[in-house]
Ligand binder design. Structure first.
Ligand code: OAD
Length: 251
């Protein structure tokens, strides 16, 4: 194994020599902003059960519980800021051509860092969607809609068809937005290098874009403090937090 600084220099050289780069981020890129990951220590899926909160069935069974959980995640994000990794990525993309940023994250930290172009594969915490007619809607305020509870917690309704609005995120068992997914796979297939940051690579079809890129000859660089599904296919692996390792990589 080479020393970390050697690996980092090799990764820098690889990225600056690549014409087309895909950056693929997961929950880990937002960890240093205070956003919990899903599968690591303190991860959301260690405390909460996805089948009770993040499936269409869960929403049909108890929409209030699901909205309370997503409302809590929205509020948590309000007190978080983009970290050095989000900012370095945004600056890098503004300075050079040929970079596509694909994220699985539903937070808005890449956007708030000023990222010029972003493909969001799992939707957004800050959008609603109608559970009936499927129309996208701006995120409702907590006071919108009818209430049947003393604490004033309300459930939002679609202004078009009157059905319940739901969070605009992709749930387990649902399709990813087909256009964004197809474009992400296409960019991955054309990439010379992929920079993977803070994802275990466990959730498909999003996780497959890295394997698609590798099959087409791209070099794979992984930045993550823990083990990932990509470790066996990574050309360069940088072990540590994104906020420390990403800025010098892109400087
Ligand atoms: P995971 O929780 O599976 O993985 C987070 C990764 O971030 C792990 O590999 C951690 O080691 C790493 N990590 C932790 N701290 C980090 C840091 N400071 N810097 C860099 N990396 C760090 O999250 P995802 O892979 O994003 O799907 O999860 C994929 C999907 O599973 C999510 O989009 C979500 C979830 O169910 C949906 O909501 C549809």
């Amino acid at each position: 194994m080479r020393a970390v600084s050697g690996e980092s220099a090799a990764a820098r050289a690889l990225l600056s020599g690549a014409h087309r780069v895909v950056v693929f981020t997961g929950a880990g890129v937002s960890a240093e902003s205070g956003v919990p990951t899903f599968r690591g220590p303190g991860g959301l899926w260690k405390t909460f059960r996805p089948e009770q909160l993040a499936t269409p069935k869960a929403f049909a069974r108890d929409p209030r519980l699901v909205w309370e959980w997503y409302g809590w995640r929205r509020e948590l994000l309000a007190s978080c800021r983009p970290n050095l990794a989000h900012v370095a990525l945004a600056r890098w993309m503004l300075q050079r051509e040929g970079v596509t940023l694909v994220t699985q994250n539903v937070d808005d930290l890449h956007e708030r860092a000023g990222t010029p172009e972003l493909m969001k594969l799992h939707g957004s915490l800050f959008e609603d969607r109608c559970s009936g007619c499927g129309r996208a809607a701006a995120a409702h305020r907590r006071t919108d809609g009818p209430t049947d509870r003393d604490d004033g917690t309300m459930l939002p309704l679609c202004p078009e068809c009157g059905a319940l609005l739901r969070p605009g995120v992709v749930w387990f068992g649902e399709m990813l937005p087909p256009d964004a997914l197809a474009r992400a796979y296409q960019r991955a297939g054309e990439a010379n290098a992929v920079l993977v940051i803070g994802t275990t690579g466990a959730v498909y079809p999003a996780a497959g874009i890295v394997h698609e890129a590798r099959a087409e000859g791209a070099a794979i660089i992984v930045v993550d403090p823990g083990q990932t599904e990509y470790d066996a296919v990574a050309d360069i692996r940088l072990t540590g937090p994104a906020g420390e390792l990403v800025p010098p990589l892109l400087a």
